[in-house]
Structures are given as C-alpha cells and as structure tokens.
Design a protein around this ligand. Structure first.
Ligand code: CA
Ligand code: CA
Length: 481
C-alpha cells in the first residue's frame, strides 16, 4: 500500500487532482491500497493537514474556515480521486480523526478540575469555572447533512482556559478519562484540542451516523484510524462491527497506535478483538536506530521486538510517515542512506503489509529531501515480479544479512536473493533453490554490476556494497522482456 501525502504539501499541490493523474501509474507498479489524508475541514482551513479536525461533514464543500476547499481540494475532486483509484483496482483508505476537535465556534463556561499534565490521574486543583472552546455550530454548513451541534457535554476536557489564559489539562467536572487508553502520563486519553467523550452515547451514535454518511458519499474501502491510543479501545470494535454489518463491506482498517512497545500493540489488538491492523511502530524505530548507528547496529536483530515478527497478519510495515518527518511531532526520520535497505526489508519479505511513503517516493521540497523514486520504484517492481515462494533467512552476521525467495510456478522468472549491509560491503553464499539453479542472476537495483552464477545445487555467492542493498534476480526475466 501507499501513504499518498506528506505533512508539508501545499494547497497549490492540489493533491486530489494529483491522485487522479497518478492512479494508473500506481496500479502499474503494484500498489493495491492507497491511504489518503483526512478529507474534511480542519481548523486552519486550506493550511490544515486535516488532523486539526473542525467539521467532519465538510469535505471541501462549504465556506468555513476561510475557504470552501480543503488543503487537498474540493469534495467533488476527492470523490473523483477515490473513483480514479478504484477504477484502477486500488482500494482507498480514508484517514479519520475521532479523538479531538479544534477551531470551535464559541466559548462555554464549564466547571473543571486541573490535572497534573505529567500524571493525569492526579487532580491538582479544586473544581472551578473555566471558559472553554467547546461550542461547534457549523453555521457555514447550515445543518446540511446533520444538525448535530457539539458542546462541552460531548467532550472530556480541554487544554486551554480563556478566562485565565492558562494552558493545562482541564477535566470537566463529573467526567473521567477513559481507562482503556495508553498509560503514558498516567492516562493518555487527552492529546489535544477538545477531547471527544466516547462514553457519551450521543457522541458514539453521532460518529456512527457520520461514518455511514461518509461511506455512502465517498465509497471508500476502509479506514486509517488516527490516534487510537488516546481513545478507549473497546470503541473501535463496536464502531467497525456496526459499519461492517451495515455496509456488508470488509472495511479494512489500520490503527495508528504510536508506541515502540510491542506489548502495548498486542494489548490493543487483544482489546479490539483484532478488529484492526496496526502500524509496526517498533520496526520503524529499529530502522531509525540502525540508520543512526554508523554501521554498529547488529543487523541480525533488525526484526526483534516488532509486530511483523510477532503477528505479521496484523502488521502494517513502514519506514517513515507524515509525523516522523523532520520538524514534526514524532520526528524520527530514517537516514536516507538506510532507506533502500529498510524498504527492501518491508517490500521483499513474505510477511507484513508494506506501506510506501509519499515523502520518500516524491521527496519533501520544504525540507530539501530529495525524491527516492528511482531506487524505490525498483524495489516495488522487484516485489511485484519476483518476491514469491518459500523464504530462507541468512541473518547470521552483524553487518551483512540476506534472504532468498525461491519463486513459484504462478509467477514466471520469480525468485530472488536479497543481501544488504549496514557496514562495509561483502559477500555471502546463499541457496536460492532449484528453480534458479544453473541460471545467471543480476542485481536489479544496479548497485553491483557483475553477475552471479548459480550452481546446479542452487548456491551462489552474492555481493553487496557497503551501506547498500542488492536484489539478485534472473537475467532476461519477464520484466526486461
Ligand atoms: Ca481521547
Ligand atoms: Ca552492523
């Protein structure tokens, strides 16, 4: 799959129209699912990525927050983009943000208790009246699609008191943070803005009503669920079960549970009864650490502590995303030299669902990050044409690791040997199996020029340069022909 956006896109990039023109290309390289950014109006209007959600019903259709369109275009263009992708056999995931609201239309006086920001289970003030941004009327939409108006009763709390102009963590009196959330800061229910209260049945009903409307309007195939560690986990099963039953669609969904702790991810899967898949955040941090270790990372351990190793069915593997970019909230940018190695690991192995990042593929002009399309396209195509059949690992050296795929009968010329090093270059003997015996293999990436000869037993001596990856496939293969 592909995450088709990065943080610093500009309104003039016209993302929805770019999706339309790119859709047949994406299909041709083997992309089968595309994750699009939040399509509704954010508090910063055309400058909002969509994560600062203001009105879930405004997909770039109403004059609100300074413009009709969103950063990415109009509602009409969005629906057209979804159709263009689906017309090319690609499923579309909508990014939905249910944890918070920003950019309220009005203030309300609410009694609240201030919590210790570092331990939200601890109140640090008496109940007192604060003035909170919790009133949402959506006057610009004028009740079209929904007449639901949000007020303080639909939220748990906020982080700003307009009366005292003080930032803190304010829990509305009589409410409590949900238990089934991440335990960082004592309780991580609160993230930002006005925190949506998912214990309130009116709220749950409204979100289900909205999601049905959204599916009906856009016909997307599934969801990427934002900030799930800040929302009670039991909500998601209820939410998705209802929608799956209602639409009869499988609604493939991925949760963003941002934690490098595998146990937290496993706990969430257990609590949601596997209703969602999860991004493999521990694997991202392994890549990040390896890329910053000057070759001193023990590559035999690159998959240790990851979701793909523990529960590959539920693992969405990725290298970077819009939040890990330089300057963003979860900045942990994998160094460019390591990216081809990391992508080889997620794309060419037999487990996990790999997610290609727009910012890696097309670059991030705002941060002078160059596109890596040339090498990444090679790796994506190597997955499409050659990454089939039984896998054998050679994770036996602290710098140079490799694996082979023996190929299968359904894919002519398939099979491959992958070798990579986070330190100096070198070689490794690997057995690619009988199907590639007595053949000549070449490095599909072009990194190593000399061919490799496979003997009658299937053995070959494979090479990689230092800090590099090579992907050995059969000469005169179906792709070349
Ligand atoms: Ca929350
Ligand atoms: Ca090493």
């Amino acid at each position: 799959m592909m995450q088709y956006f990065e943080w610093y896109l500009k309104p003039e990039d016209d993302l929805w129209n770019k999706v339309i023109s790119d859709s047949s290309y994406l299909s041709s390289i083997g992309i089968s699912t595309v994750w699009l950014p939040p399509a509704y109006k954010g508090s910063a209007g055309i400058h909002d990525t969509g994560y600062g959600v203001y009105d879930l019903y405004d997909l770039g259709e109403f004059m609100q927050k300074g413009d009709v369109r969103t950063k990415y275009g109009t509602k009409e263009e969005y629906i057209h983009a979804v159709k263009a992708l689906q017309g090319n056999g690609i499923e579309v995931l909508a990014d939905i943000v249910l944890n918070h609201r920003l950019g309220a239309d009005g203030l309300e006086d609410v009694i609240a208790i201030e919590d210790n920001p570092l331990n939200r289970t601890q109140g640090i003030s008496e109940p007192r009246t604060i003035r909170a941004w919790t009133k949402y009327n959506f006057a610009g939409r004028n009740d079209i699609y929904s007449s639901f108006k949000w007020n303080w009763t639909h939220f748990h709390g906020v982080d700003w008191d307009e009366l005292t102009q003080k930032k803190s963590i304010y829990l509305f009196y009589g409410k409590h943070w949900d238990e089934q959330v991440d335990k960082e800061n004592g309780n991580f229910d609160y993230l930002m803005g006005a925190d949506v209260d998912l214990n309130n049945v009116d709220v749950v009903n409204e979100l289900i009503t909205w999601a049905k409307w959204y599916l009906d309007q856009t016909h997307v195939d599934g969801f990427r669920l934002d900030a799930v560690k800040h929302i009670r986990s039991s909500f998601f099963k209820e939410f998705l079960d209802t929608l799956r039953e209602d639409t009869g669609k499988k609604l493939f969904s991925i949760g963003e549970y941002w934690s490098a702790n595998l146990e937290s991810l496993k706990q969430f899967l257990k609590e949601t009864k596997n209703a969602v898949s999860l991004f493999d955040v521990p694997l991202h941090y392994n890549f990040f650490n390896a890329s910053n270790s000057n070759g001193c990372y023990d590559m035999r351990t690159i998959l240790d502590g990851t979701l793909v190793k523990s529960n590959s069915e539920k693992a969405i593997t990725f290298v970077d995303n819009h939040d890990t970019e330089p300057g963003q909230s979860l900045e942990s940018w994998v160094q460019p030299w390591f990216k081809p190695l990391a992508y080889a690991i997620i794309l060419l192995r037999d487990s996990g669902t790999p997610c290609l990042f727009f910012g890696d593929y097309y670059g991030i002009p705002e941060k002078n990050i160059l596109p890596m399309k040339k090498i990444l396209e090679k790796l994506v195509l190597a997955r499409k044409y050659f990454a089939y059949g039984p896998q054998t690992d050679y994770f036996d050296h602290s710098n140079i690791i490799g694996w082979v795929r023996e190929g299968d009968y359904d894919h002519p010329d398939s099979g491959m040997a992958v070798i990579l090093s986070d330190g100096p270059g070198g070689s490794k003997v690997m057995n690619v199996g009988k199907r590639l015996a007595n053949h000549v293999l070449y490095d599909f990436t072009g990194n190593v020029k000399e061919p490799v000869y496979i003997d009658q037993e299937g053995n070959g001596i494979f090479y990689t340069n230092g800090g590099s990856v090579s992907v050995w496939v059969k000469e005169n293969n179906i792709y070349v022909k």
